[in-house]
Design a protein around this ligand. Structure first.
Ligand SMILES: Cc1ncc(COP(=O)(O)O)c(C=O)c1O
Length: 496
């Protein structure tokens, strides 16, 4: 069946049937449209409620045959219609709710509803459950609108469990969490901080806030995360030169954990603290522990496009109470423990509000379901596309389990000589949002002049992935029909 197509059988009626019968059929059918065929099974016309109303006004009765209806110009198309032409047909016929698909003998074989074709498909929209609004309602009922409160405390407790950490601090964003992590380590002007190169700008921005110096570490080709080989080479060189970094920020890209065992083995040798940017990987695991449970501190994001959301928010977690206590103090304007308002530290207003923590409580209850659904979406893409020569996916190395926040495909230009942006535009033309992979930090104007360490002396992985990859819609609200439309478009693109 075509993407968005509905089984036609429940919609077929014949001229000898009565209006009563057709009305019952309309009532029961998934799309409120019946398809009338002649004795040979060929399409005669479509019938909607309005046609029946007009027939009654012209004198037909409940028991009259629907052959009373005049001919109409049913909008139909060949069953093999191209998705772009389907969109054009709906655009040309703004009043119709569905298009009948017919075979060569004009016999109806399927029905495509307007909303399945014309409604936009977003990359990773929020997916609310049942209980978020109850938590928020409770905050209103109890007048806990002020920043701290019971939802915030409960959310932090639940986050400890989800992250496998003993300490959690809920914040206004993941970026704030990364900034506080650097602050509590005392990182400032001129300090070097190694950062995963292939990431969203928010990973590196707080390093720049602190006037510290990012050193960008390339990806490895399997998980697309920080290359242990590049990290090791750079650390050895900088150690020899006497300029070790003050911290390493490791990103878990698109929900897949980096190789933390290898990375920590290297950083431990030099005593360098590791901050995990787990903004995208909540709910994933590495070595039987949650992603974000391995470094000194870790950060999650609850931004609107993440696997769960508080509309905007983040968290800093750790097993070190002293670090989180200090971050808590810095997140609330750095007030000293005194009755009066005294401030000895330059600090921030970074705390999550009790209202948003209520959304987080409801969302966190659903984390397992959301991970399961995103993984299912990934598997459907993989099963449907993996036979295409030159198309590949981000690996999930043994011992790790990604949350598959986003499914990203990579197109080998030697095999598929078309740029991923052409696919992005084709998807856009059928109402589907896709996004390029993150543009590596070593290619960003904000990091101009920063040092970059490639995966190997002869191979840069991050820029290759950027140029070859495209993020496909992966939200847990994606329907099977919608996903099939995307798959059909990708397959057609790679053939063309
Ligand atoms: C890798 C990465 N790091 C950090 C962030 C920042 O999180 P937030 O948007 O909550 O500040 C995001 C997401 O936005 C991200 O994808």
């Amino acid at each position: 069946m075509k993407a968005g197509e509905i089984n036609i059988d429940a919609h077929i009626v014949h001229p000898h049937m009565t209006f009563r019968h057709v009305m019952a059929c309309l009532d029961a059918a998934p799309i409120k449209l019946c398809v009338m065929t002649d004795e040979s099974g060929a399409l005669l016309r479509t019938i909607v409620d309005g046609d029946i109303r007009r027939a009654f006004l012209s004198g037909s009765a409940m028991e009259s045959p629907v052959s009373d209806l005049p001919q109409n110009d049913a909008v139909y198309a060949g069953a093999d219609i191209d998705p772009h032409d389907l969109v054009a047909l709906f655009e040309a016929n703004p009043a119709i709710s569905a298009i009948v698909l017919v075979d060569d003998a004009k016999a109806p074989v399927g029905l495509v509803a307007r909303n399945t074709v014309m409604s936009g498909i977003l990359l990773s929209p929020p997916h609310m459950g049942q209980s978020e609004s109850a938590y928020v309602r409770k905050a209103f009922d109890d007048n806990w609108i002020a920043p701290a409160g019971p939802n915030l405390n409960a959310f932090e407790e639940a986050l400890k469990t989800a992250s496998g950490r003993s300490q959690a601090l809920a914040l206004s964003s993941g970026t704030a969490g990364l900034h506080l992590a650097l602050c509590v380590l005392g990182i400032g002007r001129g300090d070097a901080v190694y950062v995963s190169d292939l990431t969203f700008a928010a990973t590196v921005q707080p390093v720049l806030y602190q006037d510290a110096t990012p050193v960008l570490i390339d990806s490895e080709p399997q998980s697309w995360n920080m290359s242990p080989a590049a990290l090791e080479r750079r650390l050895a060189r900088d150690a020899a030169a006497g300029c070790l970094p003050r911290a390493v920020i490791v990103v878990h890209l698109y929900g897949q954990s980096a190789d933390m065992a290898a990375i920590l083995a290297i950083t431990d040798r030099y005593g360098i603290p590791v901050i995990e940017d787990a903004a995208e990987s909540l709910g994933a695991s590495y070595g039987n522990r949650p992603s974000g449970a391995h470094g000194l501190m870790s950060v999650y994001s609850f931004n609107g496009n993440k696997i769960i959301t508080t509309s905007g928010g983040g968290a800093l977690v750790s097993d070190r109470a002293d670090l989180i206590d200090r971050a808590r103090m810095l997140s609330t304007q750095g007030r000293d423990p005194a009755e009066h308002y005294q401030h000895s530290h330059i600090a921030f207003n970074y705390r999550m509000s009790n209202v948003l923590a209520g959304i987080g409580m409801g969302q966190l209850e659903l984390l397992g379901d959301r991970v399961a659904r995103r993984r299912e979406i990934f598997e459907t893409y993989r099963d449907a596309l993996q036979d295409i020569p030159g198309l590949s996916f981000q690996d999930e190395p043994e011992g790790s389990r990604g949350n598959r926040w986003l499914t990203v495909i990579s197109l080998d230009p030697d095999v598929i000589p078309r740029h991923p942006y052409q696919l992005l535009r084709e998807l856009r033309s059928i109402g589907v949002e896709s996004r390029p992979a993150w543009k590596p930090m070593h290619m960003q104007p904000i990091c101009a002049g920063c040092a970059f360490e490639p995966h190997s002396p002869t191979e840069v992985v991050s820029s290759r992935l950027f140029l070859q990859s495209l993020c496909l819609p992966s939200g847990s609200t994606l329907s099977q029909d919608q996903q099939q439309r995307i798959i059909d478009c990708v397959r057609a693109f790679t053939k063309g």
